[in-house]
Design a protein around this ligand. Structure first.
Ligand code: TXA
Ligand code: MG
Length: 309
């Protein structure tokens, strides 16, 4: 499938089909929320189970007015502060949101992307649903070429993604501001606003966000997550026995020591190290040296891992 122009993407979307579009986090597989056929095709194309709800992308909160029943003041303030940007808000949905989008949940996840191509498409076509443009469970694409490697869909090339990791997903649950999926909008970014509303910020692990499964983001070759240092001969022996493999090449994942820079290149590196199918990627977390919040990076690495030592 080809690289297409923004104008072509708009025509395809209006025609009830899907296209991959750049956002600042990762590339998304977009379909208009008014098109049943596009929504179904998103799930088919990604081989995504119907229990995994989609994020609806909007220009701003005003543009989302009809899609939700209400917006709690704390979430409104978060939108004012972080939109457009890598923050997704879970809100009570209105009747305008199809059950296919939300997997039957009474809530809808909304995000206003910052990438100018995504924004121009939203301005022309209205809200679109878009999961990351990868096969279900695989590494999200951060360039147009990554998308073409993952899926047989047309894509608009908007360059490499600036953030590089999926958005932070938050919900207001049981009196907590809950982080359902960590991202580059950090706990420390949410905390001051939550505090003003006398709310605590709670991070909820695996399972809280439907579809945010234990195994996700998996590269094409095994990834070994090392939490404690171990000698290379020992590591080789353990891998050989656990993966039942005798010949392989260990590739140590190297990432910048600044978490924003690391997030930007993580998926590109996982893809690069997966090109040779004899490789096994070793992510030695003791070598990364991240001094500020890296919960999102560790979350993606542990879900991408085949084995953890
Ligand atoms: O950065 C991103 O969020 C990217 C770009 C394309 O915008 N999109 C993305 O979509 O990562 P996807 O489908 O790969 O991840 C959507 C996440 C899933 O973990 C899903 O469970 C959660 O959002 N989600 C969607 N609707 C939800 C809801 N109503 N309640 C709780 N979680 C929800
Ligand atoms: Mg995804």
């Amino acid at each position: 499938m080809p690289i297409i122009t923004e104008k072509e993407a708009i025509q395809i979307l209006r025609g009830g089909d899907v296209v991959a579009v750049p956002t600042e986090t990762v590339y998304g597989l977009a379909g208009l929320i008014t098109s049943q056929s596009a929504l179904r095709k998103i799930f088919e194309t990604k081989q995504r189970p119907f229990f995994d709800p989609l994020i609806v992308h909007v220009l701003d909160l005003a543009g989302a007015k009809d899609l939700v029943l209400s917006v709690a003041p704390v979430l409104r303030e978060l939108a004012e502060q972080f939109w457009p940007g890598p923050l997704t808000l879970v809100l009570p949905k209105s009747g305008k949101i199809d059950d296919v989008i939300t997997a039957g949940l009474p809530t809808v996840a909304l995000r206003s992307p910052r990438h100018e191509i995504a924004r121009r498409i939203l301005a022309e076509c209205g809200p679109f649903a878009a999961p990351s443009a990868n096969r279900f469970g695989k590494t999200s694409p951060t360039t147009a070429l990554d998308v073409l490697e993952e899926l047989d869909v047309p894509v608009v090339d908007g360059g490499p993604c600036d953030v590089g990791l999926e958005s932070t997903v938050v919900a207001l649950n049981d009196g907590f501001l809950e982080i359902l999926r960590p991202g580059r909008v950090l706990h420390s970014d949410l905390f001051p606003i939550a505090k003003r509303y006398s709310l605590q910020v709670r991070s909820t692990v695996s399972g809280a966000s439907p579809g945010h499964l234990r195994h996700h983001y998996q590269p094409e070759v095994p990834l070994v997550l090392l939490r404690t240092p171990i000698s290379e001969p020992q590591l080789r022996e353990k891998i050989a026995s656990q993966l039942n493999k005798s010949s392989f090449v260990l590739q140590y994942l190297q990432l910048p020591s600044e978490p924003f820079a690391a997030a930007r290149v993580l998926y590109t590196e996982l893809r690069r190290l997966s090109r040779n199918r004899d490789n096994i990627i070793v992510a030695n977390t003791t070598t990364f040296g991240w001094k500020t919040d890296s919960t999102d990076l560790m979350d993606r690495l542990s879900r991408a891992a085949t084995i953890v030592f």
